[in-house]
Design a protein around this ligand. Structure first.
Ligand SMILES: C[S@@+](CC[C@H](N)C(=O)[O-])C[C@H]1O[C@@H](n2cnc3c(N)ncnc32)[C@H](O)[C@@H]1O
Length: 280
């Protein structure tokens, strides 16, 4: 590589590290998870509980049962082989987490009524939530980039059918287009809507991931869970650390021993915690 190209790369990488990214604009008075029902009070899991559930064999087995009901794809076929092989080889000692096991864990621990997902593709991750919480309302956002990850990316009707196939019966709303535009427009149209569970797994560029997190995080209930895939990818890692990990509204956890890693955080306060972390 020539000197000029090397200098240009260094400048680009340096700028990438210091470049300002969009930040969430929080408002006070964020609602909490749970409901008015006496048997459903505000009582979020702690992060260790979420992490333990996400890395359990029960999570992997649930995901396997969902994958079996989805239309075949190379990604889910590989995932199935990987899980079965690891379970056979490592037995009860196997520990693994990915976007799908984390979503199962969040779904059974938080029992979301409203789920927002950026980056739906063929509906695999949404299907885990839909199968674990069949009445949950699902709001999906995708640009349906053709051939993303080597598989077909057939669009919203395909995803609706996949959700039905795993037993989901709640409402489904899908928005097509660049999430930087569609999500912002959606949250502005629905100021009353807050989410118990949110996934960001769309545009993996610094600017794209930051915009997605900035647009959705103010809509996450206190006690709710944010899941972000691929947090070991440098662009996503930078954004995740800056916007979520270093913000005292959240306690976070990452699993980076497999694939490109996955992160999750529980929102523990409405406003940034001033002193010790606490559940409010
Ligand atoms: C990694 S896939 C999502 C996988 C899915 N969450 C799962 O676990 O099966 C990423 C998806 O994000 C979509 N995407 C990429 N850039 C986007 C953008 N700027 N706006 C909306 N969707 C985008 C792609 O079309 C693709 O379907």
């Amino acid at each position: 590589m020539g000197v000029a190209r090397r200098v240009a790369n260094r400048l680009r990488n340096g700028w990438g590290r210091i470049r300002p990214v969009p930040r969430p604009r929080y408002a006070t008075g964020t609602p909490k998870t749970g409901s008015d029902h006496p048997l459903d009070p505000f009582f979020p899991p702690n992060i260790e509980t979420l992490a333990t559930a996400a890395s359990s064999n029960e999570a992997a087995n649930f995901v396997l049962s969902v994958i079996e009901r989805l239309s075949p794809s190379e990604e889910t076929a590989n995932q199935r082989v990987y899980y079965l092989w690891a379970q056979d080889k490592f037995g009860v000692h196997w520990r693994n987490a990915d976007i799908t096991t984390l979503l199962w864990a969040a779904s059974i621990l938080v029992r979301p009524a409203n789920y927002l997902e950026i980056g739906v593709r063929r509906g695999r991750s949404a299907a885990v939530v839909g199968a674990a919480q069949p009445d949950c309302a699902i709001y999906g956002f995708d640009l349906w980039v053709a051939g993303y990850g080597g598989d077909d990316n057939p669009g919203p009707d395909f995803v609706r059918n996949e959700l039905r196939a795993v037993g989901h019966r709640g409402s489904v709303e899908m928005a097509s287009g660049n999430s930087r535009v569609t999500v912002l427009a959606f949250v502005q149209r629905h100021p009353e809507l807050y989410f118990d569970l949110i996934t960001v797994d769309g545009d993996h560029s610094v600017a794209g991931a930051a915009a997605d997190l900035a647009n959705v995080l103010p809509k996450l209930k206190v006690g709710g869970v944010i899941v972000c895939d691929d947090v070991a990818v440098p662009s996503v890692k930078r954004v995740w650390e800056k916007i979520v990990k270093r913000d005292s509204r959240y306690v976070s956890w990452e699993f980076t021993s497999g694939g490109y890693g996955v992160g999750a955080a529980i929102r523990i306060t409405d406003e940034p915690a001033l002193a010790a972390r606490r559940l409010v």
